[in-house]
Ligand binder design. Sequence first.
Ligand code: SF4
Length: 244
Amino acid sequence: MSEEIKGYFHSKETFGTVDGPGIRYVAFMQGCNLRCKYCHNPDTWKKENASYTMTVDELIEDILKYKSFIRSGGVTFSGGEPLLQPEFIEQAIDRLHSLGISVAIDTAGFYNFEKAQRALTECDLVLLDIKAIDEDMCKDITGQSNSFALKVLEYREKIKKPVWIRHVIVPNYTLDYKLLEKLADYLKDFSCVEMVEILPFHKLGEYKWKTLGEAYSLEDTPVPENEEVIMAKEIFKSRGLNVH
Ligand code: SF4
């Protein structure tokens, strides 16, 4: 019987196809300490605004309802920032592994690394959001240093476990070919990086900021053109990286 830790959840996706390989049960955890300017889920920021809580047993019971669908994929913990709830995630990983279910964690790295280390070690795949390779820009976009995310990448390299990088390209910020080259040059030396996902900035979450009474600063920022997305991807491909 698992210790009765409760996980705080925003929502779930039972047929997820964009958060890791195969078809996945995606648990969106509540709580995040970053404040990305382009966040499309600002309603995940405050842990106390969770839509529901579950014990590990309850979560596993729910996941097992979809076991036949997720056989080719697994479970992804996303958010918000799932590793702000490290004990819950650790216990869930142990249970899922005992059932033969693969686990991915979608993380931006901003939490107590030591507390999250076991989950970062045990999970089968890390989807790592690198918000900006330039330190000042990262602070501008998220409010925090990029050193936290880079530490997670270095750790997964050390333990030789796979990482998929996620990078949002935002006009006037990260959609800058010099910076994309710098990021690609940095990533190409990591053998743990299996994939780089280039995600074009979008404004689908803008209305949530307004609903929450938060000031959205990217109102006038355009979304990237298709050609710009293609060119951004080419930069990573030219360094021998797999790009999606
Ligand atoms: S890390 Fe994700 S959830 Fe947190 S503020 Fe940034 S985009 Fe939003």
